[in-house]
Ligand binder design. Sequence first.
Ligand SMILES: [Zn+2]
Length: 481
Amino acid sequence: MKVLQGLEPQNVFDFFEQICAIPHTSRHEKALSDFCVAFAKERALEHMQDEMGNVIIVKEATPGYEDAEPLMIQGHLDMVGDKTDECDLDLEKDGLRLRVDGDFISAEGTTLGGDDGIAIAYALAILDAQDIPHPRIEAVMTVSEEIGLLGATAIDLSICRGKRLLNIDSEVEGVLTVGCAGGRRAYCRIPVRRVKMQGIDVQLRLEGLLGGHSGTEIDKGRVNACVELGRFLALLREKTEYGLAELSGGVKDNVIPKSAGARIVLGQKAIDVLKATAAEFERQMYSEYGTADPDLRLVVDEHGPCELAVLDEDSLGLALDALNLMPNGVQSMSADLPGLVETSLNMGTAMLEEGELRLNESIRSSVTSAKEQMARKVQMLIRRLGGTVEFSGDYPAWPYAKDSKLREICVELFEKQYGRKPEVTVIHAGLECGILSDKIKDLDCISLGPDLLDIHTPQERMPIASVARTWEYLKAILAYK
Ligand SMILES: [Zn+2]
């Protein structure tokens, strides 16, 4: 029994339901990729599938549109697979349990994968239709977007003739995205030496923070736990001697760390100084971050006498310099697009190993040269501290185009259908459009999509009415000439 039976547009929801029945989390998109290929074969549509599972399906223009410029429609095949603790599904093997809840579609206990299954459903519905006028369509379906834009990076677009691309991977109806930041990861390592130290064993923990996405939430003024714990350690060093045995914070380079901890050794007499300094530090943090991160706290836990291998004086100095001097957070705002973060840096993780301090940084900028300058600064600083940097995961920015015919069309048609202006925006995060526009010279590109709520979580919901309105909007864009 079909769960989405009777919902309009029926064909779109039919394909969406078929997609949801096939497991397709990142790196496990093969079955869905094969499904799309079988779809193309049944309809005798030109197509290609590469080793990774990326698929491109071509459909020639309908009568009257032979001279219209081809249009690429793009979305990603993979979804983030997350589920509740009670859910018994294996998202690498099982399909989703769809449900309709009032005006929304969701999946029981799991992510829905409306991001980006709805794009694939729209594309298949367009390729399948006999009654939708359109130019030559080139449907580009990529794999492993959610784990670093891997499919888009590897895909060969040589069968495409399009110079216009509609990316359907935005989560707010009425927002047209027309540019995004590029990025790069920096893995920094600074060698350290250790000595034995006796004293009182103390655990420090900076916690209660909000964290967030290092692109879209970098401008919220939130505390970076690694950076600010480094600041506390520097402050403490001004007041008393201590030894640093352990330090760790953060989970991923593209997430603002929500907590960080350290283990220090200090003399019994210094405990009062430590407590007073911690209280002083908390007051400073509240006055600087109290609004953006109201629940922040520094927890001090005393554990009694110990002997631990701690950083020697020089190494402690290097570690504190690295934590405190590394640029972090918003570095510059765009002068062209008010409110847009242009360049930023996030210390995603900090980890003190036996013989080295490791820092993982995520650098972003919508201006390539600014991203390079940021990388250069990181490199220079770490070299000064006797360490090395390895860069990886570089992806290009999708620069805002001052002139864009596709954007003009999308804005005009939006106003006509909705009776209001769309929001046209550039985001400080990565999208596949950046990589694809790097592959096709002068690609005219825009990103849009229906509303999707709480994506990447088991609470993900997709409003039926928004899918329907976006379908009408897409058809109008296809028919425009
Ligand atoms: Zn997506």
